[in-house]
Design a protein around this ligand. Structure first.
Ligand code: PEP
Ligand code: MG
Length: 843
């Protein structure tokens, strides 16, 4: 026996807390304080339950003595600190024995007494004593069930309520310590030492003469969050019978499909509505209420936070704030930022059954179903037939971008979170799974071979889930994205609160339009190379790359100039009043060249050159290590005409957009810098072009020149670099790649093994490595700021959309983060939460 009672009756003034007794116990106390008719309840705290699991039982006769009246029947329910952490299922009608059976037979009738006793023997035997269910299937009377119990246990069925309760408490306490229960709750964020509380409650019978029954009610739609009374009620039932046994249950509100509680017992129904309205105000939440009706009288047994989907979570938090029940700040804190991502993309229907064929990296969220296609042309043909398709590649290259535009989803065998497919797909809002381990893509034979040898061919249907990284068999049902007023409210309230800017990585008119819809603070990264992937432009780009003489190159650039100028003009007009940061060309030039024979032949035709010559030229441009080779500013210094053309396009577009009434704030960003001199060389040329355009157009305009800090050296030398840069934008994709010496395109192959083995806590391309890469960010930021106190600091890698990175950048005094358009809502909410929860900013 424990020295202290080790349990507390739940009264309005009792010392009950969610941290010691669990959330159910606390919630029951709130219901008691609201004067609702809650049956007498006793809370057993975490430490007592731990002791029970270890074999030390509190004084149960004392506990039972707290309940008045005879016969006494009790229920026990679990009460974990946070409802999401779960707990063992409830056990009802503890105390049922021969005496109680006889008493119930006299008062409620034989049938009810038999039913209650039979159900208790079954649940005590199967759920508590863990006997096999099968022998009980034949037992339809209490006597038969008892006989089965006694046969299996070789002992009489316990008649003493304390003995029954003791076994129930111990079984529940030990179930909490089981491995699978522990793993499940830890996956939901529970700490390793999370405790379980238990609540022991007098049974309010929903079985008996007159109008008796049990039901469950909630007051919102679990999918939309709109006010709606849903649930079921069942006469002569208990617990959640009405939900388990829907054929025999009735509706709550009047319904054409059948009888309802509203018609059967209008006063009780009205009382239930009143309970819901009061819970909403007093508990500041939409609750699901478990109730019984005992001979016409309503009793509230329990209330839990109403289960709900992403959309309903957002709608409910916003509605509670709009109604003044919770402050807006609390509404913002109640929504996990990732929830918004689910709202923006189509999702796998949670009730759908699906077979997982392979798993990869969840590279771009959302679900898509369609026929497998293996190249861009087939994807485009599918689009023209209005036939959804999934583009499958070993890995994608710029050649595949057209196919990605046409496809509904992308699946690659190789790659990771920041590989080409992932970055483009996120930009397009296209579901994408990369680095799918266990499947082999044969692009020539147009098939996929799964780990078990099964082949999927072009035209076969699959579904990909870019939110989980799963590839599923066939066409799995999905649910549509939903943006409503509540979403807009949440965005607006986030804007009112946050103290770090959120820009978008946007390259196209579509990206920019979407970003504006989400109310961004500007474009933080326009990757200009994406503008060259369009069919006709790619050919001109290729001509420029193939040019052997300066005049030939100048001619090709001359043709590219108006295309770029038009792109920028559109972008500036769309983003009028907001800064637009344009990054000069970054990737190695050979990325623009075809890799497949058909593409090379088409290029030879377009250039009017022999195939062999084109092939040889492409080969000569290959690099052993292209990501560390001739790219970024190195290209700008080796082939300066490209950056000059881009600068001219930007300035001419500035003048053109301003002439159309737009307020333009152009920013130019130099990629892959490693040294101050690189910046000085590029700046000199760009300044000269700016001067020339000003003179030619007789206009005045300003621009800001900045540097992308994406090599470790640039972070280390940020002080001297900042002297010639108005802003430093940390490109954490390359910075992570170079800090780790880990290819962002290949890491997917072994990343899960690395994470499983605990080498890295997370994939550093998905979650900012605050220890290593983060230290470079802090170093670069402080050196840059020391040299130039007004330098703007930003992060524009894929981490820009992740809540942890946003909180980190905010504390480090960054001005903004930039992320793909579809991440903007997540980033805004995360920024607001970081502001509400974090320390004041330092700058
Ligand atoms: C980066 O490296 O973080 C970045 C934003 O550039 P990209 O992904 O285009 O290399
Ligand atoms: Mg980069």
């Amino acid at each position: 026996m424990l020295d202290t009672p080790g349990f507390t009756p739940i009264t309005p003034t009792a010392d009950i807390s969610a941290e010691r007794h669990g959330s159910r116990a606390k919630c029951l106390q709130r219901l008691v304080r609201m004067d609702l008719s809650v049956p007498q309840t006793v809370a057993i705290p975490f430490n007592t339950v731990r002791a029970i699991a270890g074999g030390k039982m509190p004084d149960l006769n004392h506990l039972i003595g707290l309940f008045e009246g005879q016969p006494l029947l009790l229920s026990v329910r679990s009460s974990s600190q946070t409802p999401d952490w779960g707990g063992p299922g409830a056990v009802l009608n503890i105390g049922m024995n021969d005496k109680a059976h006889a008493w119930l037979s006299n008062t409620l009738g034989d049938c009810v007494a038999d039913e209650i006793y039979l159900r208790f023997i079954r649940s005590f035997s199967i759920e508590v004593m863990r006997l096999d269910e099968e022998p009980f299937d034949e037992a339809t009377t209490p006597a038969a069930a008892r006989a089965v119990y006694e046969e299996e246990m070789d002992a009489p069925f316990p008649q003493d309520i304390a003995a029954q309760l003791s076994v129930v408490l111990q079984s529940m306490a030990r179930a909490w310590d089981g491995t699978s229960a522990r793993l499940l709750r830890q996956a939901k964020g529970a700490p390793a030492d999370a405790g379980l509380g238990l609540v022991v409650q007098r049974m309010a019978q929903g079985m008996g003469p007159g109008q008796s029954g049990a039901g469950v009610v909630q007051f919102i739609s679990p999918t939309t969050g709109e006010p709606q009374v849903t649930g079921r009620y069942m006469g002569q039932a208990m617990g959640r019978d009405a939900l388990r046994n829907r054929e025999n249950a009735i509706y709550l509100t009047r319904d054409d499909r059948g009888p309802s509680l509203e018609e059967l017992l209008p006063e009780v129904y009205a009382e239930l509505l009143e309970v819901g309205a009061r819970c909403r105000i007093r508990l500041r939440e939409e609750m699901q209420v478990e109730f019984t009706i005992d001979q016409g009288r309503l009793a509230v047994l329990d209330a839990v936070r109403c289960p709900r989907d992403a959309r309903a979570s957002v709608a409910t938090a916003a509605a509670l704030a709009r109604d003044g029940i919770i402050p807006r700040s609390e509404a913002l804190l109640r929504i996990a930022p990732e929830t918004l991502s689910r709202l923006l993309h189509r999702q796998i229907d949670p009730s759908a059954r699906a077979t997982v064929l392979a798993r990869g990296i969840a590279a771009s969220p959302g679900a898509a179903a369609g026929k497998l296609v293996f190249d861009s042309a087939t994807a485009q043909a599918s689009l023209s037939r209005d036939e959804p398709c999934i583009l499958v590649r070993r890995e994608t290259t710029p050649d595949d971008v057209r196919g990605m535009h046409a496809a509904d989803g992308v699946l690659t065998e190789r790659g990771g979170t920041t590989s080409h497919a992932a970055v483009i797909a996120r930009g397009l809002g296209l579901p994408c799974v990369t680095g799918a381990t266990g499947l082999t893509v044969d692009e020539k034979k147009r098939c996929i071979t799964l780990a078990n040898g099964t082949r999927l061919r072009e035209g076969d249907e699959v579904t990909i889930d870019g939110s989980t990284g799963e590839v599923l068999a066939g066409r799995v049902p999905t649910s549509e994205p939903a943006l409503d007023g509540a979403f807009g409210d949440l965005m607006k309230w986030s804007d009112d609160v946050r103290d770090i800017g959120i820009r978008a990585n946007a390259d196209t008119v579509a990206d920019a339009t979407l970003s504006r819809t989400f109310g961004v603070d500007g474009i933080g990264l326009c990757r200009t190379e994406h503008m060259f992937f369009d069919g006709s432009r790619l050919t001109v780009m290729r001509e420029m790359i193939f040019a052997e003489t300066p005049p030939d190159r100048a001619a090709a650039l001359e043709r590219l100039l108006p295309m770029q100028r038009d792109d920028f003009t559109e972008l500036f007009k769309l983003m009028s009043g907001l800064p637009v940061c344009i990054r000069l060309l970054d990737p190695p030039l050979h990325e623009f060249l075809p890799s497949q024979t058909e593409g090379i032949r088409a290029l030879a035709e377009a250039l009017d050159r022999p195939l062999s010559e084109v092939k040889a030229r492409i080969e000569s441009m290959q690099e052993y290590n292209p990501m560390l080779g001739m790219r970024g500013v190195r290209l700008g210094i080796a082939v300066p005409e490209i950056y000059e053309m881009q600068a001219r396009a930007i300035f001419e577009a500035t003048v053109a957009a301003r002439a159309d009434g737009a307020e333009v704030c152009p920013e130019i960003m130099i990629p892959l810098v490693t040294a101050r001199r690189e910046v000085e060389l590029v700046k000199r040329r760009i300044d000269a072009i700016a001067g020339a355009v000003r003179a030619e157009t007789d206009s005045t305009f300003e621009y800001r020149l900045g540097v992308m800090v994406e090599t470790p050296r640039a972070a280390l030398r940020a002080g001297e670099i900042a002297e010639t840069a108005a802003f430093l934008s940390f490109g954490t994709n390359d910075l992570t790649q170079m800090t780790y010496g880990l290819s962002r395109d290949d890491a997917g192959r072994f990343m899960s093994a690395y994470v499983n083995e605990g080498v890295y806590p997370e994939d550093p391309f998905g979650t900012l490595d605050v220890d290593g890469v983060g230290e470079l960010l802090l170093l670069g930021a402080s050196r840059g700021r020391k040299a130039r106190p007004d330098v703007t600091l930003a992060l524009c890698g894929e981490h820009g959309g992740s809540p942890e990175a946003i909180a980190f950048c905010r504390l480090a005094g960054f001005d903004y983060v930039s992320c793909s358009p579809f991440r903007v809502p997540v980033a805004k909410l995360a920024a607001a939460q970081a502001t509400l929860l974090g320390q004041p900013r330092t700058k």
